[in-house]
Design a protein around this ligand. Structure first.
Ligand code: NAP
Length: 556
């Protein structure tokens, strides 16, 4: 595992430095700005908790990067950023196609509706500018003289720029000195020394952006680029980040992994995140498609809970749980492909989840920090299918399940497949498992007392009419929406078809099943129900069902 303790050491190191600097320089601020308190310190393993923690409290600023090619578009984007709730914008001069400093900066800086951070990033630091530093520095200097609140300059050339502006720096102006690493996140020692060098170069604000190769690379300070670094951007206010970037829309990023300002404000409720906010998240790979953050954050907000729910792109579950072991990380949902591995990662597993062999919910028990595993897929899926059948037959809830005695064919033998197999068996169905890897189908069938098939055999499997089919593979999930796990011809043998895939809501499988006359049950129904179960485990409160249904319908 890589040198994950970076954040612990760096926080301690910067914490001391920031106290030293605040003695000598009153306006010293850091992109990694501190407001640590007891609960945050406990994020670190006991052996390296910072001993002395400065208590500084401030709000993380929301900054929209502007990457338009024309000044007119940038001015329009600046107005849009203000309208959407940004605190400041970053003007990326290097993205302008015909930039003329004297003409354009008077407009861009002189007529700004919001505070501006001006950046003129060269190619060698990941930007677009290819000219010499003299002209670049003159433009940045002019931006400062015209009243720009911040200018960002790269560490490699910071000495020259600091010399250039030393006599001219206005009182309310702040110089950001930045370092970007597009390949990786260096070790704790390297990062500590980098921070010291940036401070020594004369920074008012230290900016370090690195790239997460694995989610355990993400320090809770600074900005970490790429999808695996997303939480460093979302959790900035909790861990004291000075600012975080939010774009005006997809495709308007100035660096990899930036979320939109709309998602920061409306999905993650970033203005409500503070030092005491509890973190929940969905652990998966891929995880970007999941609507759980939309649903759970809306539900948390509706009951006034100080909690946020984030996507966690995790390659290795064991490494992840070892690195994120603080009580601040209060619970996780598990999705593809981690549900089965999660059973072995928990200190205690609920008996039903153990029988299923898959965990989709992990709670960190507040009393002792132990991880407890549960499965809410089973009830979510089975109740959705039962209610779907009852609805189609116009019957109410009876004691006997409509699954009893039916042939119930499950495609897939992973986490969701196991939950459905267990549930269908419990309800008295005759369970059949078909899976790409036949061996796994056989194992699951042996475990629950069912029958196993290959996917090829599934095509002609027809012991009786009116069977129930459940797809629990990711076949047909976005972006592969034209795929389906079974031919339309074979669907004729089924009276009920369920698809666990819920992005898109109407999968090809469900469309073709409906055309074949079957009752269809959407994965969205399972999704809502399993999420309600997770909410109740996370919070010990009753799930706000109507709100969760409305939110799920609106976002899928
Ligand atoms: P998982 O544990 O990784 O299992 C994946 C299953 O899909 C395995 O049986 C795998 O077969 C099969 N599979 C994957 N790609 C395949 C392909 N191209 N062709 C044939 N079979 C393939 O994942 P999971 O957690 O069970 O999730 C499976 C799906 O259910 C995902 O799409 C997930 O989004 C969805 N799901 C939805 C909900 C909901 O609330 N609606 C809840 C849970 C899961 P092998 O054994 O051969 O690898």
């Amino acid at each position: 595992m890589r040198d994950a303790p970076f954040c612990r050491h760096l926080i301690a190191a910067i914490g001391r430095d920031s106290m030293r600097r605040s003695d000598s320089s009153a306006d010293a601020v850091y992109l990694m700005h501190w407001k640590f308190r007891g609960p945050v310190a406990s994020f670190f393993p006991h052996h390296c908790e910072p001993k002395s923690i400065p208590h500084i409290h401030r709000m993380t600023l929301l900054c929209v990067p502007l990457v338009a090619k024309t000044v007119e578009q940038m001015m329009a984007d600046m107005a849009a950023a203000k309208a959407r709730g940004a605190d400041l914008v970053e003007i990326r001069l290097d993205h302008l196609s015909d930039f003329e400093p004297r003409r354009d900066l008077h407009l861009l800086v002189g007529d700004r509706p919001l505070p501006v951070l001006v950046t003129y990033r060269p190619k060698w630091e990941g930007g677009e500018y290819e000219g010499d530093d003299k002209q670049r520095f003159e433009a940045l200097c002019l931006a400062m003289e015209l009243g720009a609140e911040y200018v960002d300059v790269e560490l490699k050339v910071a000495d020259d720029f600091v010399r250039l502006i030393s006599e001219k720096k206005p009182d309310n102006f702040k110089l950001i000195i930045s370092s970007h690493n597009y390949q990786s996140t260096p070790s704790s020692e390297e990062l500590s020394s980098l921070v010291a060098r940036i401070q020594a170069a004369g920074a008012d604000i230290v900016k370090i952006a690195t790239t997460a190769v694995d989610i355990v690379d993400v320090p809770m300070i600074g900005l970490v680029m790429g999808e695996r670094g997303l939480i460093s951007r979302l959790l900035c206010p909790k861990f004291g980040g000075y600012l975080t970037f939010g774009t005006l829309g997809v495709g308007k990023e100035s660096a990899p992994g930036q979320p939109t300002i709309s998602d920061l404000l409306n999905v993650y409720n970033i203005r409500q995140i503070g030092a005491d906010t509890k973190i929940f998240g969905i652990v998966g790979k891929p995880v970007g498609h999941s609507k759980s953050p939309v649903l759970l954050n809306a539900a948390f907000k509706s009951v006034g809970l100080d909690a946020v729910y984030v996507p966690l792109l995790v390659d290795d579950l064991v490494n992840f749980l070892n690195a994120y072991s603080s009580t601040d990380f209060a619970g996780f949902s598990c999705t593809i492909p981690h549900k089965e591995a999660a059973v072995g990662c928990c200190d205690k597993v609920d008996p039903i989840a153990k029988s299923i062999g898959a965990v989709n919910t992990i709670i960190r028990r507040p009393s002792d920090g132990k991880l407890i595993g549960y499965n809410t897929d089973y009830v979510g899926a089975i109740s959705a299918i039962e209610d779907g059948i009852r609805g189609s037959q116009g019957v109410g809830k009876e004691t006997v399940s409509p699954l009893a005695g039916k042939v119930f064919v499950i495609i897939g033998a992973g986490g969701a497949g196991k939950a459905l197999a267990y549930g269908a068996k419990e309800k008295g169905a005759k369970v059949v498992i078909a899976n790409r890897t036949y061996e796994r189908a056989r194992e699951l069938a042996n475990l629950i007392g069912g029958h196993a098939l290959t996917l090829a055999e599934l095509e002609t499997f027809h012991p009786e009419d009116g069977m129930i089919l459940a797809n629990t593979t990711s076949i047909g999930m976005q972006p592969n929406v034209n795929e389906t796990p079974i031919s339309k011809l074979a669907l004729g043998s089924y009276s009920v078809v369920f698809d666990a895939v819920y992005t898109p809501k109407a999968t090809r499988l469900l469309r073709e099943a409906e055309e074949s006359g079957a009752t269809v049950v959407s994965g969205l129904e399972m999704f809502i129900r399993q999420a309600m179960g997770q909410f109740e485990l996370f919070t010990n409160l009753t799930a706000p069902e109507n709100l969760m249904r409305d939110t799920a319908m609106r976002y899928t």
